[in-house]
Design a protein around this ligand. Structure first.
Ligand code: FAD
Length: 374
């Protein structure tokens, strides 16, 4: 066992010959699904090609979570997910992972009625104190730059790698096995059930869930989702926040896509869209974009121009276009191989939805496979 409680198996280590469900990817999505399936009694094996869990988008993520989202399908996942992040009873650590610093969503003033309705819905469900601030210059340390704000005082951020580790620990306690440094090369149809071909051997499964994040854009044979998925760069910088710069909430501006969150007591993460497509998770930072981000965020955080930039982190997430006709993307898509499912692209928001998405995906997989042991 490693220090975080998950078993370490290196390349070439013995894989079990079969499992009820194989989850490919030990990011926050795979960990959520594995935890939920193991809790339902399935024998789950998690495989990840990296040497440690959360090595992909999850390990680089800012982890901002809030109940509000403009997309009703995402809001329906984000609201119960925020409740899960607030509830200490759901975590192996016995501590709720949420850092309750508040969340400010800035929008065009014309959106006032819609935001007030959203605040009422959130408060009904969570017994929280969400409200709309209009005609003010600032809310929870964020300058509104001519916008209005939906303020969720009970939201904030989580550390995504810690959440992932907690779910994997719970899955292992419920009988799952987590294999690191085992890359899946292909998934084949073996008489109507999947055979998972890895660089450490072949594993037969009742069902397979592919939760490979941005790698879904360049999938291994048998894991290709029906929807066109592309990887898109996400870049953030961490800057020093010194007195007299005030503490602040997490924030996102719906008008521009700019965002920020506190990191501890004296640092702030800032970001804005970085529209570079089809790039690897480990592409080098784009320093011109990092400088432009400081200027773009200054109307919201006026102390930024004198703040020292500590580091710039670049990674990527999976993005997919919304389906036509206003339909919500399905959480799971078929891949052409029976009982092999690909999790939807999270379009840069997979942390705030992970608890509820994991629960719903586990329900669907258990129902699909009629979960027979193989
Ligand atoms: C800088 C940044 C900031 C972000 N900020 C936020 C935020 O504030 N709030 C929010 O909600 N979301 C945020 N996101 C988005 C969120 O982090 C992602 O949507 C989420 O982490 C995706 O998780 P995942 O498990 O689907 O993918 P990943 O974390 O990428 O996990 C995929 C895993 O699959 C493994 N894998 C891939 N291919 C194979 C293979 N063939 N065999 C075995 N294993 C394989 C990889 O090693 C990896 O561990 C941010 C993302 C980034 C990059």
């Amino acid at each position: 066992m490693s220090r975080d409680g998950t078993p370490v198996l290196r390349r070439g280590a013995d894989l079990p010959p079969r499992a009820d469900v194989v989850v490919v990817g030990a990011g926050i999505t795979g960990a959520a699904v594995a935890h939920q399936l193991a809790r339902r009694g399935a024998h789950v094996v998690v495989l990840d090609g990296a040497a440690r869990p959360a090595a992909g988008a999850t390990g680089h993520s800012g982890g901002m979570v809030r109940a509000f989202d403009e997309d009703p399908a995402i809001a329906a996942l984000a609201l119960p997910s925020l409740a899960a992040y607030r509830d200490p009873g759901r975590w192996a650590s016995g501590r709720a992972p949420l850092h309750t610093v508040g969340a400010v969503t800035v929008a065009d003033p014309a959106r006032g009625p819609a935001l007030r309705q959203a605040a009422a819905r959130i408060n009904d469900a969570l017994r929280s104190s969400a409200h709309v601030v209009s005609g003010a210059a600032e809310a929870l340390g964020i300058h509104l730059a001519g916008g209005i704000a939906l303020v969720e005082p009970e939201a904030g951020w989580v550390a995504p790698a810690e959440v992932t580790g907690d779910w994997l620990r719970q899955a292992v306690a419920d009988g799952a096995a987590v294999h690191r440094a085992v890359r899946v090369r292909a998934v084949e149809d073996d008489g109507g059930r999947p055979a998972v071909v890895t660089d450490a051997g072949v594993l037969r499964a009742g069902a397979v869930v592919s939760a490979v994040g941005p790698w879904a854009a360049d999938p291994v044979p048998g894991l290709r989702p029906a929807t066109c998925v592309r990887s898109r760069s996400i870049q953030v910088s961490i800057v020093e926040r010194r007195t007299p710069a005030p503490p602040h909430a997490t924030f996102v501006d719906l008008r521009t896509g700019r965002y920020a969150k506190p990191v501890g007591t004296d640092r702030t993460l800032i970001g804005m869209p970085h529209l570079v497509w089809d790039c690897p998770v480990d592409a080098p930072p784009d320093l011109a974009h990092a400088e432009a981000t400081v200027s773009a965020l200054t109307p919201h955080l006026p102390w930024l121009p004198t703040a020292r930039r500590i580091t710039t982190v670049r990674a990527a997430d999976a993005y997919a276009p919304a389906p036509g006709g206003g339909a919500a993307p399905a959480l799971l898509e078929g891949t052409g191989v029976p009982h092999v499912w690909s999790v939807r692209a999270w379009n840069g928001g997979g942390v705030k939805t992970a608890p509820e998405a994991g629960r719903r995906i586990a329900d669907a997989v258990a129902a699909d496979s009629s979960a027979p042991s193989v």
